[in-house]
Design a binder for this molecule. Sequence first.
Ligand SMILES: [Zn+2]
Length: 411
Amino acid sequence: MNGKRTTVRDVRRRNRGVLLSKLYFDGPLSRQDLSRTSGLSTATVSNVTGELLDEGLVVEAGSVESDGGRPRVLLRVDPELGYVVGVDVGETRVQVELFDLAMRPVAKADAPIDPRHPEPDEVAGHVLAGLDAVVAQARIAAGDVLGVGVGVFGLVEQAGEAFVHAQTLGWDRVPLEGLLRRGTDLPLYLDNGAKTLGQAEMWFGAGRGARHAVIVLIGSGVGAAVVTDGTTYRGVTSSAGEWGHTTIRYDGRDCRCGARGCLEAYVGAEAILDRYRQTRRGRPPAQAEEEAALDALLAAADTSKVAARVLDETAGYLGAGIANLINLFNPERIVLGGWAGLALGTRMLPAILAAAERNALRQPFAQTSLVLCELGPDAVAFGAATLPVADLLTSGGLRRGAGARRTVRPA
Ligand SMILES: [Zn+2]
């Protein structure tokens, strides 16, 4: 027989994963609910939930009356199983947040970094210091942390350990996981920030219930997470989704990546402000001022023809970029997020949608909707914290990190 054999162990892991995921996202649920919604037999559900209860991954959570029968016991994933940490390595700061397993925020630490030359050692130092700080604030043991997810700018290459490529910031295959490994034994999960934010929106925000979606992230830079059939599309080295560096205008404006005419060079916050400035002669705002400067530009659109024109063009470019996503991926939903994406979308969603309609094919355009993200502009750390949770769920709790408090029986 060709291909990989499916072993008893694989089946067991998959069944555990299915039931843990159901209980995590939809719990508390009874064994009957689990059997009905998972397609697994009542015997399998009974066996697997028995295992999960014995191991302490799942706990009882009251009971409900059933029609004429005995009350049905409800089960859920133990919210006290452990904590997870999410890290947002952004272009201007490192933010570290501790969550419980129900993803409620428990503690938070923040450190600014030099937006022009973020030094890898300095960034790793801030992450590790932040990790110590949130564990201390929460008064827990480091061993109570199941894992640390890190959402980072740039491309994250998964090659045994994770390397970061951020061409626009001078990071060339930086061994960030290795740098962090020097200071912690906790399981580490690194991914691109747009992808972690995408996962958060898919799990808990505007992407819920969709199988095919694109989560678009606009800040200073522009990124996207493409979700096809429920899974983030990655490509051969996990860099897929660099929508910001697709060409929107041949031989157009210079982009930070070195190419010309990229979408980011028109609709990234830095580029929007730059285009506005070129019409008025002014000093470029510092990165920290970008948010206020974009708000001021949006407010000026009512009274200034120049501001209104720059924003009209921005809606046009953004809509055209979204039309490209619609034609390429046939998504049922496009979620617009990031701090600048939210600011633009809140004010100009109809204009962006109209531009998308002008540029997209009619049939796929009619199948999609454009909505704003629901978790706010700061969800990268939150999204990163879902990485260790996703590992817990997909491994069926069989591959738990060094931090797991309860021992798991060997498979
Ligand atoms: Zn570019």
